[in-house]
Design a protein around this ligand. Sequence first.
Ligand code: GLC
Length: 566
Amino acid sequence: MQANVNPKWWKESVIYEIYPKSFMDSNGDGVGDLAGIVSKLDYLRELGVNVLWLTPIYGSPDQEGGYDISDHRAIMDKFGTLDDFDRLLGEAHERGMKIMLEMPLNHTSDRHAWFEESRASKQNDKRNYYIWREGRGSGYPNNWGSYFGGSVWEFDQDTEEYYMHLYGKKQPNLNWENERLREELYQVVKFWADKGVDGFHFNSIAHIVKTEGHQDNDDDNPQHLPVERAYQMFSSLEKVNAIANRLHKESGEEYDIVVVGEAAGLDPAQTLDCIGDEPGKANIVMNSDHMLLTHSSQGIGRWTNKSWTLLDLKKAVSHWQTVLHEQGWNANYLADHDQPRGVCRFGHTGEYRELSAKMLATFLMTLQGTPSIYQGEELGMIGGGFHTEEDFRDVETLNYLAFAKRTGIDPEEALKVARRNTRDAGRTPMQWDASANAGFTTGEPWIGLAPGHEEVNAEAAVADPNSIYHYYRKLIELRKVSPTLLYGEYKLLLPLDTDIYAYTRTFEDETLLVILNFFAGTPHFNCPERLCERPRELLLGNYEPGEVEGHSFELRPYEAAVYRLG
Ligand code: GLC
């Protein structure tokens, strides 16, 4: 192996993200749960994934899918009990799979006992567990905008001060400047680490410390700036690094644990500063530049539509592939619980749904970094089924629709935008079979199903050797045993081609060539000469092998192929 490759289990893993609410319901209450996950572990093992990333499962009133924690050491009632969790952990370990827990530590629920005390009086000894400020004149303490729209400040009538919330009003921000609070949270992490979990995903970690004094970041808007302009004010990275160090000490030092940091918006220097293979660092960083191409992630930007080009995608992805090579480690993903489905954004939802889903799978699995598959992606699931406002569940979407009403945006237009960009589109129930409710629940699902589960479902996919599911299986197999796919250097080819995304991965004397036709046309692939002088062996593709002799050959719609060059 090359000297600069530092093999780690988490670099050689494939992550599968589970949004428990929508994965599998075992008791007919319409909400997915931990026992439901246990019942599907064999399905996941067969797929070949080996790290299950669970979005928050802790005690929570579930105002925001569990991202609003009311008890860090419990399980959300709807999801089960701590015993169910221990069982899930044990059963996953028995099957050679690991469990990674997502931890939102930026905020809690307003129903957390700490907040209930904190808001009780200015003298309460937990007052400083949260961020409280007096108003400025009759207005907000500053002009920062929240991720879910409006100001980050909410007025509390009883104590006549404002508390900060970067996300929803029911998610007050913790005050990480308070040492007692920090200690409490380190102990929370230790509690779960001692249970034997294999990793943590620290959500919004870059934003846990705010700039000192909470100054306006610009004074041209006295009310609140869109979050895109405000977020630098809540990214005090130096302090975050020190905290992350302690978090990792508590969680990882004595255990072989992986730490994933969600670091949207960080630049390369900031990222390199906090990433590394050793404890005390984020091992894997999730950046979201490529996810912001069709619309911004959160804030009002989510509700504007940008048209993306393949050149933009190449630029965003190649940048991080290059910057982190031998310096850090990427998490690669094309979908998560905060976005509409990958195939709806970067693929085709009509006749080429399957081919485009396989093309995107090839992309995801052949980049350098640890890939993360979002539940249902392996089936090529698409979102949808949102007809009226009542069909939406996501607080961010509901806030937008209320904002649209207040500001006179045409209601039909607002609904159209919401249908296209809502986070709910990625949260419809997992489609297990063709039966009513897709086999997700015997009750009334908490959110409606996306259309099409009669054809698109796990049972059908497992039975069909040509399905997207089996294509993922083959890719996962291939990746597992290929040092080149795991550690090889990425080099972009044809940077200006607007239809084809092609690159090589090279490790020692092996080079793999990946060719992806991102659209429904039939462009010519003009192979850079030095590469096509070498014989090519097709390792995997989403079509039967075609005529690919010579330096130039035609690609079929959404064709994807991985070649080994001799
Ligand atoms: C993270 C999650 C998102 C959640 C937010 C606030 O960004 O991915 O789903 O809304 O944190 O908790």
